[in-house]
Write a protein that binds this ligand. Structure first.
Ligand code: GDP
Length: 312
């Protein structure tokens, strides 16, 4: 390896939690050395529009457009469309801000014209001047279905409309077996110098990626460090249903369960300081909370340093 060659970093990620780590890495790394492979199991059609929540969250976060206080959507968003929709009795359970809507309309139009999702997303990233690659995990549709005590629910119904209240019994990824992992994503994993599994929900945000043919094998066969960052802090999720879901699946919400979930795939786990450090995997404890830029960059720097020590 030439000493001047850039380290190629791949992150497997969902939306909110993962995007923060990707943001930290993006601010640290030279342009074009970072690739995010993003969950599309949350994607759905609403009012005829193709919506990709995790990809859009990542794009908003890394381009500085995310609404941090709210934890989702865009900063400075306006809501004329929703008000007009409600005034004619349209569905109000899924919030579509005016700026956000532009992405959904443009994506739906481009897909209808025959463009692939990965091409559409590359177009958005390039329009916003992002130098990193944002890859959907697949160009084929995959739908996360949550089997609950109230029956089988499409992911957004469970997550947004029912606010994760139903007890989860099992999670399925419709279409995953027939879907093709994005070839560029598999290639990026094969060529990476380090691979991170972001602090995203392992069951809802990372498992859809792992369900794609070839993805799990690509990770297991990687000869470079694979490092996961735990989404748990003090046995709780920072945001969202991770801990509740783990309990419903019969698991204890701790890092031992996260490590067991990624067994055979990861070489190291970054855990929040003071939390459990499971045996059988290298653990690095630090403050994993990433509210601001400096926290994101610090955690990204530590993750890169850990991967480097594992390479040597
Ligand atoms: P979603 O698809 O938008 O729900 O996004 P993710 O799955 O990527 O994010 C949800 C997960 O991110 C939850 O399990 C949170 O605990 C985790 N998370 C959010 N913010 C942070 C943070 O600052 N640090 C850590 N370690 N985890 C976080």
């Amino acid at each position: 390896m030439s000493p001047a060659r850039r380290r190629r970093i791949v992150v497997l990620t969902g939306g909110v939690g993962g995007a923060k780590l990707v943001d930290g890495l993006y601010r640290l790394l030279p342009p074009d050395s970072l690739t995010a492979v993003v969950n599309t199991g949350d994607d759905f059609r609403h009012l005829g529009l193709a919506i990709s929540p995790d990809i859009d969250t990542l794009l908003y976060t890394v381009s500085g457009r995310a609404n941090r206080a709210q934890g989702w959507g865009r900063e400075g968003e306006t809501w004329e469309f929703m008000a007009a929709l409600r005034s004619i009795g349209g569905p109000g359970w899924f919030q579509l801000g005016d700026g956000d809507l532009a992405l959904h309309v443009a994506r739906t139009h481009a897909l209808a014209q025959g463009q692939s999702l990965s091409t559409v997303i590359a177009g958005f990233a390039s329009a916003w001047g992002l130098a990193m690659r944002v890859l959907p995990m697949s160009d084929d549709p995959v739908a996360t279905i949550v089997d609950t005590d109230e029956g089988s629910l499409a992911f957004q119904i469970y997550f947004v409309e029912r606010r994760c209240a139903p007890a989860v019994r099992a999670i399925r990824f419709d279409g995953a077996v027939a879907a093709r992992a994005l070839p560029e994503a598999l290639a990026a994993i094969a060529e990476a110098d380090a691979i991170f599994i972001a602090p995203s929900n392992p069951w809802l945000s990372v498992d859809p990626l792992l369900a794609l043919p070839g993805m799990r094998q690509a990770l297991a066969q990687a000869r470079v460090p694979v490092v996961a960052i735990s989404p748990l802090v003090g046995g709780q999720a920072v945001k969202g249903p991770t801990a509740k879901l783990m309990g419903e699946l019969g698991l204890t919400a701790n890092n031992a369960a996260i490590a067991a979930h990624y067994a055979g795939l990861i070489d190291a786990l970054i855990v929040h300081e003071g939390d459990d450090q499971p045996d059988g995997v290298t653990c690095h404890a630090t403050n994993t909370l990433m509210p601001g830029e400096r926290d994101r960059m610090r955690l990204a720097r530590e993750a890169l340093a850990l991967a480097k020590t594992l390479t040597q």
